[in-house]
Design a binder for this molecule. Sequence first.
Ligand code: IPM
Ligand code: MG
Length: 383
Amino acid sequence: MNYSIALVPGDGIGPEVTGPAAEVLDAVGDKYGHVFNYVELMAGGKAIDACGEPLPPETLDAARQCDALLLGAVGGPQWEDLPGHLRPERALLGLRSGLEVFANLRPAVLLPQLRAACPLKDEALAVGHPEGKAAFDLLIVRELTGGLYFGKRGRIEESSNGHSPGAAFDTETYSWAEIERVLRSGYAAAAARWKKLCIVDKANVLESSRYWREVASVVSRDYPDIETSYMYVDNCAMQLVRAPGQFDVIVTSNLFGDILSDEASVLTGSIGMLPSASLGSPEAPLAKGGRPMGMYEPIHGSAPDIAGQDMANPLGTILSAAMMLRYSFALEREAREIEAAVNTVLDRGLRTRDIAGRGGGAGEKIIGTRAMGEAVVAAIGGL
Ligand code: IPM
Ligand code: MG
């Protein structure tokens, strides 16, 4: 089969991590008889420099023609002083809303090879874990195209007589339909996992959170096998570092998901390891011909401090490519092949700098971005 992939390398370490991910995809393609055609597109800082805007309309149009999108990272210090609507990050928001990928799946798993990189003690990990193991494997499903990120915002100017000093506001608005569809994404994910879904909100204060619970009380009836629970976000932030093993799937709003997923990433050892999938339908979506789109990106940023130095960890992007195979193309066997190859290179002690020395250092070898990509390709047995 042929698949077309919109490739947005972006800024900073972006191109360094998307390159190896494409090579890994090609290796899997060679092995199983698939062809991936890449359509390279510009977004973020590079697009600002080239065309004066972070997300040129041609990029979005071209992305819509593809089967899925793989993105590295956008942003950098040289664009930080631009006004909000011209910042590189706008490209991400524009792609997410333009492609209508409302459910952002962010898995956080503690790999045994990186156990020492997790700052928690065995006791903390075992508390709440269904089998009392020092491990966790959770999935944050973050609503991605609504809430505070997309609500009405603005400035209230100073009064002309100078007596009232000005103000600024952002608003959190969620419709029933927006909440329902992301909840269904969460339930679909939980059905394939441990069948536990925790809705994280601030329902003791926010009206929008109380509305989430109202929607959940109706939607949850369709999933009698899945245990639904509710947790306030402040408590969840604490529970994640106290006993992460208690969580299976967390479903939450755009802003809370942004914050909690960074917190969860630290527990896995390095933000460089974590992939994400943003989907436009609760079940595995497929693009083209009206089929919903999927957008895949590592959860780390553009890391300008290490850009161009062959130091970045490409595994988050490589694992995002695996998620693309699973969710956009329904190629489960091929997705597992990539995940197994990543496991193999970690077993062999190969480490980029961010994950080095975390297992005590014995038997480890620090390698660069390119060598890590090549090691994964070699483990797949292609090229
Ligand atoms: C993320 C990032 C983005 C977000 C930024 C770069 C706009 O932090 O993907 O988590 O807040 O969504
Ligand atoms: Mg974030």
